[in-house]
Design a protein around this ligand. Structure first.
Ligand code: ADP
Ligand code: MG
Length: 210
């Protein structure tokens, strides 16, 4: 059987540069690995059913925070069991845009759901797997909002108030302090190439590239 693969997640508030960094890492990995050894995915979503849940989350915002939480977790369970775990079992590198840290940052710190509730449910939804490496892009809320405005992209979350994003950012940093080995905090205000160079150093090490 193949060696267990490498699970790498990308985290940060909306507009922090996650998707940009993920693409950059993917392109660099392609210089070292065949395309079919790398899986690009995202949450919420990542499987047909989870993608429908993502659409549901995006299309109606009149909902209870706990209903939102269960939807995110249903998406995570399906995605983890059907896509992430099989990919890791076959030794692939999995790059995932958002994962369980997002739920702690947004639902606990942002929305005020109790930490232990989310931690316990996250454990079930992830089937106990954890990222080997998490790249956390940290940017001040103003910077993130300015970027999103420039892109003309302010969806449900992004149109929530500034305070909400301050709490989410703080939540991410609190998580990073408790998981220093796994979560690497990157200053996302630098230009994309500098961010990519630093992130690449961590990815290289985790993936075991010379
Ligand atoms: N390091 C950076 N410096 C300046 N702008 C950036 C940087 N990284 C991303 N951007 C721009 O900011 C916007 C949000 O980036 P994106 O990668 O989509 O963030 P996220 O996926 O975290 O929401 C995009 O328009 C992107 O081109
Ligand atoms: Mg994105």
């Amino acid at each position: 059987m193949a060696r267990w693969g490498k699970f790498i997640t990308f985290e940060g508030i909306d507009g922090s540069g996650k998707s940009t960094l993920l693409r950059g890492i993917y392109e660099r990995l392609l210089n070292h690995l065949p395309e079919d050894r790398i899986v690009l995915t995202h949450e919420p979503g990542g499987t047909p059913f989870a993608n429908l849940l993502r659409e549901a989350l995006a299309s109606r915002t009149d909902r209870e925070p706990m209903a939102e939480l269960f939807t995110l977790l249903a998406s995570r369970y399906d995605h983890t069991k059907r896509l992430i775990i099989p990919a890791l079992q076959s030794g692939r590198v999995v790059l995932c845009d958002r994962y369980s840290d997002s739920t702690v940052a947004y639902q606990v710190f942002g929305k005020g759901i109790e930490y232990y509730t989310v931690a316990r449910l996250n454990k079930l939804a992830t089937l106990g797997i954890k990222p080997k490496l998490t790249l956390l892009l940290d940017v001040p809320v103003d910077v993130a909002l300015r970027r999103l405005r420039a892109k003309g992209k302010l969806d449900h979350y992004e149109s929530l108030d500034r305070d909400f994003f301050e709490r989410v950012r703080y939540g991410y940093l609190a998580l990073a302090r408790r998981a220093k080995r796994r979560i690497k905090v990157l200053d996302g205000t630098r230009n994309p190439d500098e961010v990519l160079d630093e992130a690449w150093g961590y990815v290289r090490e985790v993936v075991g590239l010379a």
